[in-house]
Design a binder for this molecule. Structure first.
Ligand code: FAD
Length: 544
């Protein structure tokens, strides 16, 4: 096994990892800061993805002079979160957002403007126009700016390294990580570790996440003793399903009043709209609410698509038909240019061709429970970005994930560097390491992972029931003994998501239990999961 030493190890090269590495090295230049990413640094992760019309980052600058402020922002986070966001962390995002953005602007980031004025847009779950953009490349631009600084400061970078486990010393303190680099294994010793490895969309059959996002961070942190919160809440929404494209169908497209049909040619949406709710109203609401959430009546659209596909009336690729051929090219070019041109490059002309649209997993609100410094409660372990949970509750305002990466990437970077700087001496050596396996997958294991991807998609996304969730838990139970961590991590994540969704017997935000369709105040509480034993099911506690 190859062995490397560093002071601060940052796992992940998206917006959170770059910010954390930058802040750690900026404030503690004497420390050896190492950033590792499963893909390329700045070219892997959701941050880098150009899969939607615009990628917004929220900060209450009030450039549109609509009365935005940190207080209003805070209230939006708490309200959209269905009361399940951590008030301290939510307050921190609301109050620190402008400062973190100003620092990026000082480093050279440019936002979209109208004339001289920076424009801000109102996204779902926001009462004010708060989102800043660099077109569809906002995340990419943030990382580009931070990457330049990281190189300048001398942070070490290792790409194409997949970390699969954390290592701890005899006192239980996290002191490094175990990784796979192709066929080689690598042990990285570190005084402090920051997990910034994003979400887990790739473990679902249909998703709009790039490769590498398989939730390894949750499995590792869970095994190391960290707690996971709000894991039942994650975002699923509509996307183009014409292979190989996976591109989000954004607000503007719903305003064009698409004709939605199943493979029998039926316009199915009216069947799913209760009396008094008109399908046109549902489409209008969808224009303001990208992810599925029971918070608004836009939910009937996602439920309708999901149920039509489940009933076997979906297209072979798992979607339905979406027809906006009544709209002319000029309208597309002025209202949805990025979507129109991306599809055009793939040989699809929206003004002429109907497309297939289905539901994809986009990103996660729950994750590793952190405090205001990104500390996980396990000595030596910090986390930031989409891998963390608590800031956002049952749902989140659009544009909040990116600002989360900056506010908590900053805080975790400072805190981990401070911690590492104070430990002194040589990097701690791991104690008795769990016997760990990272092996290439056998064809049987490949098939099991494929099965899990289908099962997770069918039972953990839009419509959840006790029976479906139990099916996931039974499957995971049968496969969790596999010592290959590539499989083991996948089972751990499935078990955590299904356990949380199984426990929450109500519907709230992005969590819809068909057998418990209403919100219930008994569940005004966060579900926290932690490890109870070697292969036991997660232990659940409530956090009021
Ligand atoms: C299509 C789409 C549109 C979105 N639109 C918006 C929006 O408009 N506004 C908004 O705020 N948010 C949006 N989001 C969410 C937002 O982009 C993400 O939550 C955010 O970018 C996550 O940043 P991150 O740094 O935490 O993770 P990521 O950017 O996902 O980066 C994770 C990094 O960790 C690495 N990694 C993963 N596993 C391992 C491992 N085992 N070992 C080593 N490295 C690993 C990856 O390779 C990558 O470098 C969108 C997401 C998607 C998918």
């Amino acid at each position: 096994m190859n062995i490397l030493d560093c002071d601060v190890l940052v796992i992940g090269g998206g917006a959170a990892g770059s910010r954390a590495a930058y802040e750690a090295k900026r404030t503690h230049p004497e420390l050896k800061v190492l950033l590792v990413a499963a893909g390329g640094f700045g070219s892997s992760g959701s941050t880098n993805l150009m899969a939607s019309e615009s990628l917004g980052i929220n900060a209450p600058f009030n450039y549109m002079q609509d009365g935005d402020s940190a207080d209003v922002f805070y209230r939006d986070i708490v309200e959209t979160g269905g009361g399940l966001s951590d008030p301290i962390l939510a307050r921190m995002i609301a109050e620190d957002a402008c400062a973190r953005i100003d620092e990026l602007v000082a480093l050279g980031l440019h936002f979209d403007t109208e004339g001289e004025r920076i424009i801000q847009r109102k996204l779902s779950g926001c009462t004010k126009a708060r989102s800043l953009t660099c077109g569809g490349s906002t995340g990419r631009e943030i990382v580009r700016i931070l990457k330049g600084q990281i190189h300048r400061l001398g942070v070490d970078i290792l790409e194409n390294i997949r970390v699969v486990d954390l290592v701890r010393d005899d006192n239980g303190r996290v002191c490094g990580a175990l990784a796979a680099a192709g066929q080689d294994r690598l042990l990285i010793n570190a005084r402090g570790v920051i997990l910034a490895n994003g979400g887990a969309g790739r473990i679902f059959r249909h998703n709009v996440n790039p490769p590498t996002l398989e939730g390894d961070g949750w499995s590792m942190a869970y095994r190391a003793g960290a707690r996971l919160v709000n894991m039942e809440f994650f975002q699923v929404g509509p996307a183009v399903f014409n292979a190989p494209l996976k591109f989000i169908i954004h607000s503007h497209m719903w305003r064009l009043k698409p004709r939605l049909t199943n493979t029998l040619g039926e316009e199915f949406l009216p069947r799913y709209c209760p009396a008094g709710i008109h399908p046109a109203e549902v489409l209008d609401l969808k224009a303001m609410s990208y992810p599925f959430s029971v918070r608004t009546d836009a939910k009937y659209l996602d439920i309708a698509i999901f149920k039509e596909v489940t009933a076997g009336r979906g297209t072979p690729s798992g979607g339905v038909y979406f027809d906006v051929t009544h709209v002319d090219r000029e309208t597309f070019l002025s209202r949805s240019p990025i979507t129109y041109e991306t599809l055009l490059r793939a040989g699809i002309d929206l003004a002429r061709d109907r497309i297939e649209v289905g539901l994809v997993v986009q990103n996660f609100n729950g994750g590793i429970l952190i405090d205001a410094d990104g500390f996980t409660g396990v000595d030596g372990l910090y986390a930031a970005g989409e891998v963390t949970g608590g800031v956002h509750g049952a749902d989140r305002p659009g544009g909040n994930n990116l600002i989360d990466t900056q506010v908590f990437g900053y805080r975790a970077g400072l805190a981990a560097a401070e911690y590492a700087g104070n430990t002194g001496g040589k990097p701690p050596k791991p104690g008795s390491m769990d016997e760990t396996y990272i092996q290439p997958l056998s064809s049987r294991e490949e098939a099991d992972l494929q099965k899990s991807a289908n099962l997770y998609y069918s039972n953990l996304t839009i419509v959840r029931t006790k029976k479906g969730l139990q099916e996931v838990l039974d499957f995971v139970d049968r496969h969790k003994k596999n010592p290959n961590l590539i499989v083991g991590n996948r089972m751990t994540v499935g078990s955590i998501l299904a356990t949380a969704a199984h426990i929450r017997e109500e519907s709230r935000g992005t969590h819809y239990r068909e057998d418990f369709p209403n919100q219930n105040s008994v569940w005004d509480t966060r579900i926290v999961l932690s490890r109870s034993g070697e292969l036991d099911s997660p232990k659940a506690t409530r956090l009021d």
